[in-house]
Write a protein that binds this ligand. Structure first.
Ligand code: 5CA
Ligand code: ZN
Length: 409
């Protein structure tokens, strides 16, 4: 599947620092020192509704990671999936009388437009679940042959007890796991399972639903967690630097994925760091497609909001915080964008070499985008209040904000 066009990333003088990032698996901050090619897998959308601000905030966090790594003069291998077949997508298509493939295609197209407008750098590999089925089936067969999967009325389940490290990504107790499993696509109450938490690896064909050739598994469709494991292992291999997503993916999705990969590769966890972004809320509740309390990026764009202002609104919140979208959040971002643009549109200004280092330092410190914005604010305020004569300064600030924060001034 094709991704979206990359905006150019200006090169900055000097070199960025290595990223210190909070890792859910070790429950602490670790310093990531990738090889010459940094490897990241970010869980993509389930395309049954348009990109909302919550999605945009999560992808913004991982875009910062990519920009930081590029600034350390590494290459980045970024993989993202699209869950283009799953229960919520099929249910929405059925509810609205649409063909599920057309619904998915339309929403993926809109997501590409939104990502492009927000200057999110694209993944090199943008892979749909459907196109990954030929890679998924043999992995499920291997799990079964290793004794880590079992059949229940034609469906194939993963046995969480086959992984001694199970629980090592999300660190939740059994009650919380059971509750979240029911909320997030699992079926803990289905009779006959060995452990209520066991997730589906391969669901046998159901009447009225799409199905594919599953070789010895029979016709059917893939489970959600094995989808991301297959795509990640296939394109990045085990031991890649970051697996990322919103905090609602820590359990069961990333937990189950790490367990699948442990049985398949002997390594745990699959990624060096499990990075989780906070949840964006609207009117006091997590923005979610299932609840419908959404602010769409595309709707804001249609209403004439500058995508750079949307991006600044996202950057004003630390990626790990849960926060609420309000009109004030957007108004502040619009005002900040105007101030910044005025400051860099002058022909000269205050030297900005120190600012480049401050932004680098802020981002390397667990992606502290609010601290980076505060540093730029300080330069902008001083610049607007003085008459510096460094002719290279406004351009350097523009390039810094563009390269490291993805904001075009
Ligand atoms: N396709 C799966 C991942 S493999 C999925 O979770 N799709 S999604 O469309 O539901 O979400 C896409 C990404 O946006 C996920 O990382 C999810 O954690 C994140 N996300 C969803 N809602 C919010 C929210 N309100 N705030 C922040 N991030 C969110
Ligand atoms: Zn995923």
């Amino acid at each position: 599947m094709h991704a979206w066009p990359a905006s150019e990333v200006p090169a900055l003088p000097g070199k960025g620092r290595d990223l210190q990032i909070h890792d859910s698996a070790t429950q602490g901050t670790i310093t990531l020192v990738p090889g010459p090619v940094a490897r990241i897998y970010v869980c993509g959308i389930t395309p049954y509704d348009a990109t909302h601000i919550g999605h945009a905030a999560t992808y913004n966090a991982f875009d910062l990671v990519q920009r930081l790594w590029l600034d350390t003069k590494r290459q980045v291998h970024y993989v993202q999936n699209v869950t283009d077949v799953d229960d919520p997508l099929l249910e929405r298509a059925l509810r609205d009388g649409h063909d599920w493939t057309e619904l998915a295609e339309r929403e993926i197209a809109l997501f590409r437009e939104d990502m492009t407008a927000l200057r999110m750098l694209p993944p090199q590999d943008y892979i749909g679940a459907v196109e990954a089925i030929p890679d998924i089936v043999p992995l499920v067969e291997r799990l079964r042959d290793a004794g880590a999967a079992y059949e229940l009325d034609g469906d194939t389940y993963f046995s969480v007890e086959s992984d001694p490290h199970f629980g090592g990504v999300s660190h939740l107790d059994a009650d919380a796991m059971r509750r979240l499993s029911a909320e997030r696509g699992g079926d803990p109450d289905r009779p006959g399972k060995k452990n209520p938490l066991d997730p589906m690896l391969w669901q046998s064909a159901r009447p009225g639903e799409p199905d594919w050739d599953g070789a010895s598994l029979g016709r059917g469709r893939p489970g959600w967690h094995i989808e991301c494991v297959a795509i990640a292992l296939d394109h990045l291999g085990v031991g890649f630097d970051i697996q990322g997503g919103g905090s609602d993916l820590a359990f069961p999705h990333h937990e189950m994925g790490a367990s699948h990969a442990q049985v398949l590769t002997g390594e745990f966890p699959m990624a060096k760091a499990y990075v989780h972004a906070g949840m964006v809320a609207l009117h006091g509740e997590k923005m979610s497609k299932s609840k419908g309390n959404l602010v769409f990026v595309s709707a804001l764009r249609r209403a004439g909001v500058d995508p750079a202002a949307i991006r600044l609104a996202l950057l004003a919140h630390h990626y790990r915080a849960d926060w609420e979208w309000t009109d004030d959040v957007l108004a502040e971002a619009v005002a900040r964008l105007e101030r910044w643009r005025a400051a860099v549109s002058r022909p000269d200004g205050l030297p900005a070499d120190a600012l480049v280092e401050e932004v680098r330092e802020a981002l390397a410190n667990d992606l502290d985008a609010p601290a980076a914005l505060a540093a730029v604010d300080r330069w902008v305020d001083a610049q607007n209040a003085s008459d510096g004569d460094d002719e290279s300064a406004p351009g350097l600030v523009s390039r810094t904000v563009d390269a490291l924060l993805g904001v075009a001034l």
